[in-house]
Ligand binder design. Structure first.
Ligand code: DGP
Length: 113
C-alpha cells in the first residue's frame, strides 16, 4: 500500500535490519527497541491491523510459528518472551500495517502500561 512504511520495508524501498523473509512474512529489528531482543514480524501483504485479517486466513498462524522459531534463534525461548500486537490508537498502534512485536531478554511487568 502506498505511503505505508512497513510495505516500503517489505519492498526494500527503505532499509531495515531484516532477520527473516519468506513468501508471506518478514521479520526485522524494531527501530526503537524496548528490550534486548525486539523484532517486528509482519505480513508482506498489507492489512491495517488484526481486525482486518479475514476469517480463515492463515497469516496469523504463520506468524505465530515464525515467532517461535525466532524466539529460539534469538535465545529468548527459555527465559520467556512476549508476542504483542497493538490494535488501535488507544492500545498504542502507531503503524497501520499489521505487526507483531516479539520482545525478550529482560523481565516484563504485568499489567502492561
Ligand atoms: P506500534 O506502536 O505497535 O504500532 O509499533 C510500531 C513499531 O514500529 C514501533 O515500535 C517502532 C517501529 N517502527 C516504526 N517505524 C519503523 C521503521 O521505519 N523501521 C523499523 N525498523 N521500525 C519502525
Amino acid at each position: 500500500m502506498e505511503d505505508c512504511i512497513f510495505c516500503k520495508i517489505c519492498g526494500k524501498e527503505i532499509p531495515a535490519e531484516i532477520v527473516h523473509e519468506d513468501e508471506k512474512a518478514i521479520a526485522f529489528k524494531d527501530i526503537d527497541p524496548q528490550a534486548p531482543v525486539h523484532l517486528l514480524i509482519i505480513p508482506t501483504k498489507h492489512y491495517d491491523g488484526i481486525m482486518n485479517v479475514p476469517a480463515g486466513n492463515d497469516i496469523v498462524a504463520h506468524i505465530h510459528t515464525l515467532a517461535i522459531k525466532l524466539a529460539l534463534r534469538f535465545g529468548i525461548a527459555d527465559t520467556g518472551f512476549r508476542i504483542v500486537t497493538n490494535c488501535g490508537s488507544q492500545a498504542g498502534q502507531s503503524v497501520n500495517h499489521l505487526h507483531f512485536h516479539l520482545l525478550g531478554g529482560r523481565s516484563f511487568k504485568w499489567p502492561p502500561g
